[in-house]
Ligand binder design. Structure first.
Ligand SMILES: *Cc1c(COP(=O)(O)O)cnc(C)c1O
Length: 394
């Protein structure tokens, strides 16, 4: 049985170009960029070249690029930096949204325990924050606004440029978790009016365990990791040069193919939506226009998401119930609940996230399998009959 991988919002396959870019730095150019000898200095040249290439892809200066271990670290460092810099000026209020990634929400919870006040903006049933709400929420003591560019479970895009403009006007630091966006839609830090932005390579066919924090010139970063003088004293630890080279290659490749891939992937996505939307008591979650090319999130009433995933897996299909971080727990997704989807419906959620490696044939297989599996699971569901009769379910 052929594997159909449609969990690209969780992680992606390394591209051939990224793989090729990584290899020489494992065994040939393996020097430590901090070493003074020639093999170290050669590594250093590649490191700075990668920084320039990444900066160019994001519309930033090389001196504004900090390599991190991934999106989670970049989110943590950005948020703690803005919080502690703000605290020094007596600002202890932070604004975010209800459906951020846990790397953001759990960092905000830590800050709350430290006495910060957190406002989480509504995302409404469309899964999009409102600029008006942000305007109303900003206060004199607001140290940071952090809103994701694209949601990882439902794929909806936030009006980042507009939100950034509001923050700029009010003099508030604006961070965005762009982990799901980079390599999938155009990301330019200047155009988006952001001060800080998080990136993770493994979401766009780069290696795992490597990412970027963009931090605008003029903002003084706070260290998470202390030690050596790497990353201009802001992130200690010997640079993961193989991964950095792989990330730079993957980012350039994704940027070069952005329009072509978006067109191809969104056509597959629309075909998938077309193929399943006639299933009764089902829904597609989140705004249908303002979204990533490849992410679809749907709910089927009367079904457990976990059972759905297991049966899809038996048909070779690797999908997700939402977030990789919540799978393993039976709690429904905080993202779907924040969009006002009832708990019992949120339990039957399915996220399909596509990449340019998926084919039309695979989409047909997915559509056919979903139909079969939904019919089967409903036939053994203790609540389906009640749902059809319109009885209330606890
Ligand atoms: C995957 C993801 C992260 C975490 O990135 P890692 O590199 O896995 O740490 C953060 N935010 C969003 C929106 C993500 O999708």
């Amino acid at each position: 049985m052929k594997t159909v991988y449609v969990d690209n919002a969780a992680t992606t396959r390394l591209s051939d170009a990224a793989m090729k870019a990584t290899m020489p730095f494992m065994q040939d150019i393996y020097g430590n960029p901090s070493s003074l000898h020639h093999i170290g200095q050669e590594a250093k040249e590649y490191l700075e070249d990668a920084r320039e290439r990444v900066a160019k892809c994001l519309g930033a200066l090389p001196s504004e690029i900090y390599f991190t271990s991934g999106g989670s670290e970049a989110d943590n460092q950005a948020i703690l930096t803005a919080a502690y810099n703000g605290e020094k000026k007596g600002k202890k209020h932070i604004i975010s949204s209800k459906f951020e990634h846990h790397a953001v929400l759990h960092t905000l919870e830590k800050l709350k325990r430290e006495g910060f006040e957190i406002t989480l903006l509504d995302v409404y049933s469309e899964g999009i924050v409102s600029a008006e709400d942000l305007k109303n929420a900003i206060r004199e003591d607001t140290a940071l606004v952090t809103i994701m560019t694209a949601n990882n479970e439902v794929g909806t895009l936030q009006p980042i440029k507009e939100l950034g403009e509001i923050c700029k006007e009010k003099g508030v630091i604006f961070h965005t978790d762009a982990v799901q966006a980079v390599g999938h839609i155009r990301v330019d830090v200047k155009d988006m009016n952001v001060d800080m932005l998080s990136v993770s390579a493994h979401k766009f066919h780069g290696p795992k365990g490597i990412g970027v924090l963009y931090c605008r010139k003029g903002i003084i970063l706070q260290n998470l990791i202390n030690g050596g003088a790497q990353e201009r004293n802001k992130r200690a630890g010997t640079e993961n040069l193989p991964a950095i080279m792989g990330m730079a290659a993957a980012m350039e490749e994704a940027n070069a193919k952005l329009d072509e891939n978006a067109k191809y992937i969104s056509a597959l996505r629309d075909k998938l939506i077309e193929g399943v939307k006639d299933i009764e008591r089902s829904r597609i979650n989140g705004d249908l226009e303002k979204r990533l090319p490849g992410t679809v999130n749907m709910c089927f009433e009367g079904i457990e998401g976990e059972s759905l995933l297991l049966l899809l897996d038996q048909a070779g299909i690797c999908a997700s119930s939402g977030s990789a971080c919540t799978s393993g727990s039976l709690d429904p997704s905080h993202v779907l609940l924040s969009m006002g989807i009832p708990v019992e419906v949120a339990h039957g959620s399915l996220r399909i996230s596509l990449s340019e490696y998926n084919t039309e044939e695979e989409i047909n297989h997915i559509i056919e399998t979903i139909h079969k599996v939904v019919v089967y699971l409903r036939s053994i569901s203790p609540v389906w009959e009640k749902i059809l009769k319109g009885e209330v379910i606890e």
